[in-house]
Design a protein around this ligand. Structure first.
Ligand SMILES: [Zn+2]
Length: 349
């Protein structure tokens, strides 16, 4: 594909140089940090108080539409990014996990998708620029691309296994709109994350290529799957090795796993990916298993000790946290991995 004749952004070389020296730090969870703010329906719409109003007013209920807060409570979102940056994150993820037309259809906000992504990249940039002004450390914005709430390779209807709620082209178009917004807002990388269906991810990769061709430059792409069952396969049935071979054509900046059952359950799968992948390996697990209330109990020291062990065993180039991880988790992780050399990646020979 001609996509690889496009020049890369300068960011790639800077990130690769940093990754040669040490294990890079991602941030922690946006969603569980937002939950602690106990925001109301009015807060989500940006009405009253610290709200900024919304350029996309709607009568549709918005409580739970965390991505909308980028537009309606930008200071709160910027503060979360800033706290993660100051805790040690080299890369912060935009608040755009559900900022596709497919996921926003649940809230009647498909028309807001470009704004949601463009502004999310700008809010994240403002936060890291503030952090860099304090300590001089360079940081990067990763545009977060979630899996959507539909799956292209499985039927949601047990009586009709051939049925699909979404097609590859539906996803390609929806991801394309998201990625163009993230690029317009100045994202440094694209992070395709929490992949449970590899076909969805392949549509996101294809959408990246199309958007990069229009942009005239290739951004680094991070790819992160999720394994939520004991068989060690993704929801669409792949082992970690099969998953890598399905996405390696993207020549990703990193590949790895996130979310799911916590660090302990992730370890063998991360080791397997590291055994086959000729790129950087990234792990950002949840803060353990969710309890009966869907909350995460694993404290910063506990999660950090496990990721420190990944690092001491040479398994990772990049770590961070997913659901339930706080700035304290990221700070503890950064300390736990600091003394260990990064996994040796092929381009570091
Ligand atoms: Zn998660």
């Amino acid at each position: 594909m001609k996509i690889f004749r496009l020049p890369e952004t300068d960011t790639v070389r800077r990130l690769q140089a940093m990754a040669r020296d040490r294990i890079l730090m991602l941030d922690g969870a946006m969603g569980t940090m937002i939950q602690t703010l106990s925001l109301t329906e009015d807060d989500f719409h940006g009405r009253g108080g610290s709200g900024t109003g919304c350029a996309h007013p709607t009568d549709h209920p918005q409580k739970g539409n965390n991505d909308l807060l980028t537009l309606t409570q930008p200071e709160a979102i910027e503060r979360i990014h800033f706290d993660f940056a100051m805790a040690g994150a080299d890369i912060v993820e935009t608040n755009t996990f559900s900022s596709t037309t497919i996921a926003q259809a649940d809230y009647g906000l498909q028309a807001a998708v470009h704004d949601l992504n463009e502004q999310a990249a700008r809010v994240a940039r403002r936060a890291i620029d503030r952090a860099t002004a304090i300590d001089g450390r360079e940081r990067f914005v990763a545009g977060a691309v979630g899996p959507t709430n539909r799956t292209a390779s499985l039927s949601p209807d047990v009586n009709d296994p051939g049925f699909r709620a979404v097609t590859f082209d539906d996803l390609r178009i929806a991801y394309g709109a998201q990625i163009r917004g993230l690029i317009a807002g100045g994202a440094d990388l694209i992070l395709i994350e929490t992949i449970f269906d590899t076909l969805n991810a392949k549509a996101a990769i294809f959408a990246c290529f199309e958007a990069f061709a229009e942009h005239g430059k290739r951004l680094p792409v991070m790819i992160s799957g999720t394994i939520t069952d004991a068989s060690g396969r993704t929801l669409s049935g792949q082992t970690p090795t099969a998953f890598w071979h399905s996405v390696r054509h993207a020549r990703p900046f990193s590949v790895g796993l996130n979310c799911a059952l916590g660090a302990a359950a992730m370890r063998p799968h991360i080791a397997e990916i590291g055994g086959v992948a000729d790129t950087l390996v990234c792990a950002y697990p949840n803060a353990g298993l969710p309890n009966a209330f869907g909350q995460y109990d694993e404290g910063p020291e506990e999660t950090a000790a496990q990721l420190g062990a990944f690092a001491s065993q040479g398994l990772v180039n990049m770590v961070g946290g997913c659901c339930g991880t706080t700035p304290d988790h990221i700070r503890a992780m950064a300390e736990a991995v600091a003394a260990h050399a990064p996994r040796k990646a092929p381009f570091h020979d």
